[in-house]
Design a protein around this ligand. Structure first.
Ligand code: ATP
Ligand code: NCN
Length: 197
């Protein structure tokens, strides 16, 4: 079976934390591909500030140079709230010969018990969890069935989040090198988040 990682998120915007997490998971679990999947409406947080099309274009630009990375728009196409259980059922129908690994940071690992249909979800895929500054992963507090579905991977800790980037831009501060150069240029070209050259 082909092993594929899914990196889901709002990507508002995509940043180096996302890319390093995906690369660490790919390397440590021998994933043949990692699919970056922008959500339409995230299940449990604020709706993204920029359009799905622009978030997808930034993700596509950021992943273009990596032979194993690609951007998929399955959740943007479906619309509505992007519950992972619905997406994974669709993906398993489309790709019956693929083993799915959903890549998440520590904040999301702790949150897994609240995910829609989590018990069923743990039978459909595995998670790869990564530490993230500001969120201490508390695996021991999770029900055993969820703990058993989480595989750990190591990455250089990156204290970058999309909200930090949006906050810095609105304060007139630089976000250069927090996002790939192509994403920085895209944000400047489109004036995203009110960024100034
Ligand atoms: N710096 C990071 N290190 C490890 N994982 C990360 C990092 N940033 C984001 N992730 C993970 O990437 C996934 C998608 O994150 P998302 O697109 O919501 O970005 P975010 O930076 O958390 O956004 P925001 O600050 O707007 O909440 C989540 O599983 C999240 O835990
Ligand atoms: O399905 C759920 O209930 C669910 C709850 C929280 C997060 N997720 C998914 O986890 C990924 C990261 O979430 P977020 O909020 O950090 O962008 C993204 O693909 C979300 O759709 C999914």
């Amino acid at each position: 079976m082909k092993k594929v990682g899914i990196m889901g998120g709002a990507f508002d915007p995509i940043h180096l934390g996302h890319l390093l997490a995906a690369e660490a998971a790919r390397e440590q679990y021998q994933l043949e591909e990692v699919w970056f999947m922008p959500s339409h409406i995230p299940p449990h947080k604020h709706q993204a500030g920029v359009s799905g099309q622009q978030r997808l274009e930034m993700v596509a630009a950021a992943t273009d140079q990596h032979p194993a990375f690609k951007a998929i728009d399955i959740e943007l196409q479906r619309g509505g709230v992007s519950y992972t259980i619905n997406t994974v059922k669709e993906l398993r129908k489309q790709y019956p010969d693929v083993d799915l690994y959903f890549i998440i940071g520590a904040d999301m690992v702790n949150y897994l018990p609240k995910w829609e249909g989590i018990e069923e979800l743990t039978t459909l895929l595995k998670f790869i969890g990564l530490q993230r500054p500001g969120s201490f992963m508390e695996l021991d507090l999770l029900p055993t069935s969820i703990q058993e579905a989480v595989n750990l991977a190591e990455m250089p800790l990156v204290d970058i989040s999309s909200s930090l980037i949006r906050r810095r831009i609105s304060g007139g501060l630089s976000v250069r090198y927090m996002v790939p150069e192509v994403v920085y240029e895209y944000m400047i070209r489109s004036g995203l988040y009110g960024i100034q050259p």
